[in-house]
Design a protein around this ligand. Structure first.
Ligand code: GLY
Length: 342
């Protein structure tokens, strides 16, 4: 098939690469490749710390995609950090949140090992002595999303504008900004992120709550750390605010005090592409020429290889994932439509 992918974030590029590997003719269109949410993402491959009560489908999807990551990262030549996540609580109330998370995971047969304050610090000496305790999620990985995007951009040709031809299928992967008539299906949830460099990074992702404020510190090879992330529903362009960044840094330094000496590299904000049910939109629309791969909310990096596979399976043999297919939220049209979005 001749496929046009709109959007060169990690989702669009992953779909394009998979379709190319499977022998399709692919054109990717994006005036600013890789500079949307993928540019700010921390790259936690951590289904177990991103699942909340009532949203367990994301755990199943995340686990399935996590299993694809080592092979996919190998294909792209991008290193994975495989040291797990340390979930920590600063005070007794925060520790209850950790325990609730571990209980939720246990009910789905996912391992999380509760640890005393002393055991948490033995495992991660960069942590503050004031941390109340935590849990190790040993199955988690992390990756640098910018490295993934760079590897994909080396394999996939991206144009700023579409050419004049009409593809057989258009895959819409434009993140938080979908073209009409799908615009209303995704809204932005701003996340502010700080990147810094330190001589003394934690050896694994440290994630937790500090007096109720959620925060994560994700180490990258070479001493870089990504500190995130605020979460705010809004309808203005995503800008980093002094208040958001101050709360993030306060919480991160409370968990990892050595970050005080870290060199500040970058502060940025992007919109997470959220759907009403917090599940992505992956699969066919009522227009046979348009497939969506959007609305990945907090899980775009984690779910990239699974999404690419689902989109390619749909184009190759009509397969549809019932929990993700966009028609679950689309009204049935009164008459068949055809025609790709602009
Ligand atoms: N997945 C991390 C975040 O959305 O902040």
């Amino acid at each position: 098939m001749r496929v046009r992918v709109l959007g060169a974030g990690i989702i669009g590029l992953a779909c394009a690469d998979e379709l190319l590997v499977r022998g399709h003719e692919v054109e990717v269109v994006d005036p600013a490749p890789g500079l949307g949410a993928s540019h700010a993402a921390a790259g936690m491959l951590s289904p177990s710390s991103e699942v909340w009560h009532g949203e367990e489908e994301i755990l199943r999807l995340g686990m399935a995609s996590l299993a694809l990551w080592p092979g996919w990262a190998g294909r792209l030549g991008v290193p994975l950090t495989t040291t797990g996540t340390l979930l920590v609580g600063r005070d007794a109330g925060d520790l209850q949140d950790v325990e609730r998370q571990v209980a939720l995971l246990a009910s789905h047969d996912v391992r999380g090992d509760l640890l005393s304050a002393a055991a948490v610090r033995r495992l991660e000496p960069t942590l503050s002595a004031r941390v109340a305790g935590g849990a190790l999620l040993p199955g988690d990985h992390s990756v640098d999303p910018r490295a993934v995007v760079a590897a994909l951009l080396a394999r996939v040709l991206v144009r700023a504008e579409a050419d004049a031809t009409t593809p057989d299928v258009t895959v819409v992967a434009t993140g938080a900004r979908l073209p009409a008539p799908w615009t209303h299906l995704v809204h932005g949830v701003r996340g502010e992120v700080v990147r810094a460099r330190t001589d003394d990074p934690p050896v694994r992702t440290v994630r937790g709550w500090v007096h109720g404020v959620p925060v994560y510190v994700v180490p990258r090879p070479g001493g870089e750390v990504v500190i995130g992330a605020t979460s705010e529903e809004h309808d203005a362009p995503p800008v980093a605010t002094l208040g958001g960044v101050a709360r993030l840094l306060e919480a991160a330094r409370e968990l990892v005090p050595g970050l005080d000496r870290a060199e500040l590299i970058e502060v940025l904000a992007r919109d997470r592409p959220a759907t009403a049910d917090h599940l992505p939109l992956v699969g066919p629309t009522h227009d046979p020429a348009v497939v969506l791969a959007a609305g990945h909310f907090r899980h775009g990096v984690l779910l990239a290889p699974l999404t690419a596979r689902l989109v390619a399976d749909h184009l190759d043999c009509g397969a549809v994932h019932p929990a993700l297919e966009p028609r679950r939220v689309l009204p049935v049209p009164s008459a068949p439509t055809r025609g790709a979005p602009a």
